[in-house]
Structure formats: C-alpha cells, structure tokens
Design a protein around this ligand. Structure first.
Ligand code: ZN
Length: 243
C-alpha cells in the first residue's frame, strides 16, 4: 500500500461544457488541471469526481479512500444532494481534509462546516489582485513570495460572512479599494478545512504556478494525521480523587 496523500478533486463541471471561453481555458475541466499538477508531486495521488456522475462521484468507497477532498462549484450548488453533503461532512469531522476553492464559498458543504451564510461582495471586471502572505511561517505559504499577483480576477470583497479563521494565511487587495480574507484555515472535529479564494472559471488561474503551489501545500497541510481518536462517554477519574 502506498502512503501517498489520496486526493479527490471534485468539480461541478458545467461551465466548461456550456461556455466557450471557459472551455478554451479548461478543455477537460478545471478538475483535470488541478489533478494534473497534483499528480506531478511524488507524494500525492489525485483522482477526480464530478456532479453528474452517480452520487456525484462521491460514493462511500471513494470517500473512504480520500484523504483530502478539493471542491469547486458555482452554478449548481443546489443540485448537490444533501445525503452526499452529510457524508462528506461526517468524513471531515472524522479527519478528511477539505479545500474549498473560490465560488465553493457558497457550496452546501462549506456553509454547513462554517455555520454562517458565507456571503460576500463580488464584481466581474477582470482587474488584478494581490494576495499578501500574512502568516509566513505557515506550511501553506511555503515557497511563496511575500505576495502573489493574479493578472485578471473576479473581485471578492469583505465582509466575507465566515467565522474568524483559526489561521488566516492570505489577505487580498484589489485596485477598487476592497480587501478579502483569501486563505482561511479551520479545524472541524479531527479534520482540517482550507478556503482559498482564487479560481474564477473565465480566467486561467489554476494554470498559474504560484496558485498551484498554494493548493499543493494546502493538500499536505489538510491531510489527516495519526492523532488520537477521542472518546465521548461517561468518564472515570484517572487519579484517585476519593480522598
Ligand atoms: Zn467566480
């Protein structure tokens, strides 16, 4: 058995089939590009799953063999079945990592894990974005410069209605004057969640090497560790407390 990190890249895979501009950037879907750069790493093995497959490609078998699930969705969040969302949620609490990309802020699984609306401001103008690393010692920032500049993006602005992250790794700046918490780490149960903002479908953002580096780092950070499995039960004292 290999000890590679097993990643499943999930994509709703609709824009790429219906929009020529998106198809030109991601002819085989964003999930194929993301799985492709992850599979170039010796310690990662990435597969893909999409909305229109049976059970959205996330069967019990697939989920049980996934260490880190990456999620991209936008126009079809409501088509994701609640039973699959509940199974993914249980796997995260049990230790599976989840990386939510860009418009996955409104996915059922991310909003369920956050407990808030996850709403934000947005503008599709194609301006540039500067993502500043504000936690340079964090493993997700490994090998990244002080900032990443993305030539053309959809703007997401604060307030981003999320709970305060356990660790905030990136803050974005835009020429329009807005800022955004773009790289947010959370612990949920035994699992880890990373929200990463970049990745609008009409710009080639997942082809950009620094973005690929961040997602690769995030996979390693979010992978399960061999920590204790807590018990939740009536508890007898470890020390003698009768005296
Ligand atoms: Zn977008």
């Amino acid at each position: 058995m290999s000890n590679k990190i097993r990643v499943t890249v999930w994509n709703e895979y609709r824009h790429e089939k219906t929009n020529d501009a998106v198809k030109a950037i991601y002819p085989d879907g964003m999930h194929s590009v993301i799985a492709g750069f992850l599979n170039s790493q010796p310690d990662i093995e990435a597969k893909t799953a999409t909305l229109d497959e049976p059970e959205h490609g996330l069967t019990d078998e697939v989920l049980s063999q996934t260490d880190v699930l990456i999620w991209w969705g936008h126009m079809a969040h409501h088509e994701v079945s609640d039973s699959v969302v509940n199974k993914v949620h249980r796997r995260v609490l049990d230790g599976m990592g989840l990386i939510a990309l860009h418009s996955a802020h409104f996915s059922k699984i991310f909003t369920k894990l956050m407990g808030t609306t996850c709403a934000l401001k947005w503008r599709e103008f194609g301006e540039h974005e500067r993502l500043w690393v504000i936690e340079p010692g964090h493993p997700i920032a490994s090998g990244i410069g002080e900032y990443i500049e993305i030539p053309q993006v959809e703007m997401y602005g604060e307030r981003f209605d999320i709970p305060a992250p356990d660790t905030l790794v990136f803050i974005s700046w835009y020429p329009g004057g807005e800022v955004f918490r773009s790289g947010c780490c959370y612990y949920r149960g035994r699992g880890k969640v990373f929200y990463f903002r970049p990745g609008h479908e009409t710009f080639p953002i997942f082809h950009q090497p620094e973005i690929q580096k961040v997602i690769t780092n995030a996979v390693r950070w979010a992978a399960p560790v061999d920590g204790p499995i807590p018990t939740f039960e009536h508890w007898l004292p470890i020390e003698d407390i009768s005296k």
